[in-house]
Design a protein around this ligand. Structure first.
Ligand code: SF4
Length: 237
């Protein structure tokens, strides 16, 4: 089978070593492992985007979890954040199963693609501004390939800031956007709508800052935006 533009992009991402601190960390975590996963061969490399290449809803997260995606090699797979997120996608009819255990568990997303600002697990989940900037071109190239994108759901403030930085780099000037959970912004003609959500990290879900009902509401809003855009495209007929 001929290799697609996605294959080329993902191969480039997976081979990337542009951030020395993150390369050192992701590989050290993969060598040392967590006791519960000592039988695993950790992925220990950058994690490419995952999901439906024809998706209209694009989720932009922060970065792989050290013992989640950095272990399994698939976005939001193998940790508590992913459990919370994929069960919400399943309830919303956007995933075929509520769980994400490993890269070959049969999970399929419908109309959703998941990506992140940084592809390598950062210490304390905090990539530096330079590391975020290093990784941004990969996000730009994914969006070039995601031709049907209509709604971007930013999972957390860093996701939102990174996506806005990407738009500014492309000459767009989104105005008046502030991070507020549940806020919906029309960013301009031809651009996907932006919806902000708290990140489904353990710190947010275990403290009740982000509940399942709140995340369900985010995906209801995403669907509403799709319907609104569809009806606009057909002149409301
Ligand atoms: S974070 Fe991005 S730019 Fe940095 S090493 Fe990983 S893949 Fe490369």
């Amino acid at each position: 089978m001929p290799r697609s533009a996605w294959d080329f992009l993902n191969a480039e991402i997976v081979a990337c070593r542009n951030c020395p601190r993150l390369v050192g960390y992701r590989e050290a975590v993969a060598r040392e492992k967590r006791r519960a996963y000592r039988e695993w061969t950790y992925w220990g490399r950058p994690v490419p985007g995952f999901g439906d290449h024809d998706a209209r809803i694009i989720l932009v997260g922060l970065a792989p979890g050290a013992h989640g995606s950095n272990r399994t090699g698939r976005m939001f797979t193998g940790d508590a954040s992913g459990e919370f997120l994929y069960s919400a996608l399943y309830r919303a009819g956007l995933a075929n199963q509520p769980t994400a255990l490993h890269a070959y568990d049969g999970l399929r997303l419908r109309d959703v693609f998941i990506t992140a600002i940084c592809r390598c697990a950062p210490p304390d989940n905090k990539p530096t501004p330079q590391e975020q900037a290093n990784c941004l071109p990969y996000l730009a190239r994914e969006f070039e390939l995601l031709k049907r994108a209509r709604v971007v759901v930013a999972l957390g403030r860093i996701g939102m800031d990174g996506y806005l930085r990407l738009l500014r780099g492309q000459g767009h000037l989104p105005q008046g956007v502030e991070f507020r959970h549940g806020a919906v912004y029309a960013l301009g003609p031809g651009l996907p709508a932006l919806i902000c959500s708290y990140h489904p990290s353990k710190q947010n879900t275990q403290t009740g800052r982000l509940t399942a009902a709140m995340l369900d509401e985010v995906f209801r809003k995403a669907r509403k935006e799709l319907n609104r855009k569809d009806s606009k495209d057909t002149g409301g007929k």
